[in-house]
Design a protein around this ligand. Structure first.
Ligand code: SAH
Ligand code: DHB
Ligand code: MG
Length: 224
């Protein structure tokens, strides 16, 4: 019952406020055809990411976890024409599908998909002074979230917005005794966020086509 209603309301919101976009639909179609798992953000969540980028006036974005580039395209469309987005993806097949989707969206000039495990590619970005970024979206493997948050802070400046997807997981996040590596990863990140004096954060629970989950949104309040 609840899921049916969340889906219906999400559809109502999407039909009303989220413009129909063939490029985004093509990206989902090709991702599914290539066998990628359907775990991309929903259309209404993609639009939220774009609006956050616009609100922030972001000129540089880092994404951790590209999949087929669906959230990447939403975020990149929130950038000015000289903006830049770097997206990190461990799976070469996912990265290939994403590059093709991003190219069809006309965004190859501003988006770079870097193949490799984020824990290998994040230090490289830092070493090459590719940061700081204005907005960072964490959406790769959940056990990695504590490390990704730590790297995100390193790659930030004052005012950087850090967003992490899937931090509620049907409420499972409150189970302190959980042995699930996903939940443990999210909880360890939350503990880091809570005790990090350089960020101010909250988590918003969400329902919709993807079920019951949530976004953590943090703002870096101190210079690095
Ligand atoms: N942001 C995407 C969804 C990402 S799904 C969207 O909303 O459209 C998570 C992605 O993270 C998958 O493609 C997976 O291959 C990738 N991933 C998993 N472990 C990773 C790692 N260690 N480093 C980088 N990417 C990883
Ligand atoms: C799932 C959803 C996500 O947004 C994600 O990043 C990973 C997994 C899921 O529903 O399993
Ligand atoms: Mg996600």
């Amino acid at each position: 019952m609840a899921q049916k209603q969340w889906t219906a309301v999400d559809r109502y919101i999407t039909d009303l406020l989220v413009e129909n976009d063939p490029v985004l639909e093509d990206a989902l179609r090709d991702s599914a055809a290539a066998g990628l798992p359907p775990i991309h953000v929903s259309p209404s969540q993609g639009k939220l990411l774009q609006l956050l980028a616009l609100t922030k006036g972001a000129r540089s974005i880092l994404e951790i976890g590209t999949l087929g580039g669906y959230s990447t395209i939403w975020l990149a469309r929130g950038l000015p024409s000289d903006g830049r987005l770097v997206s990190l993806e461990a799976d070469p097949k996912h990265a290939d599908v994403a590059r093709s989707n991003i190219s069809r969206a006309g965004l190859s000039g501003m988006v770079e998909v870097i193949t490799g495990r984020a824990l290998d590619t994040l230090p490289r970005l830092a070493a090459e002074s590719r940061g700081p970024f204005d907005l960072i979206f964490i959406d790769a493997d959940k056990p990695g979230y504590p490390d990704y948050f730590t790297w995100a802070v390193k790659l930030s400046r004052r005012g950087t917005v850090i967003i992490a997807d899937n931090v509620v997981r049907k409420g499972a996040v409150i189970d302190a005794a959980s042995t699930d590596p996903l939940i443990r990863g999210i909880r360890r990140m939350n503990d880091l966020v809570a005790k990090e004096p350089r960020v101010s954060a909250t988590t918003v629970q969400t329902v919709g086509v993807k079920g019951y989950d949530g976004f953590m949104i943090a703002v870096v309040t101190a210079g690095q």
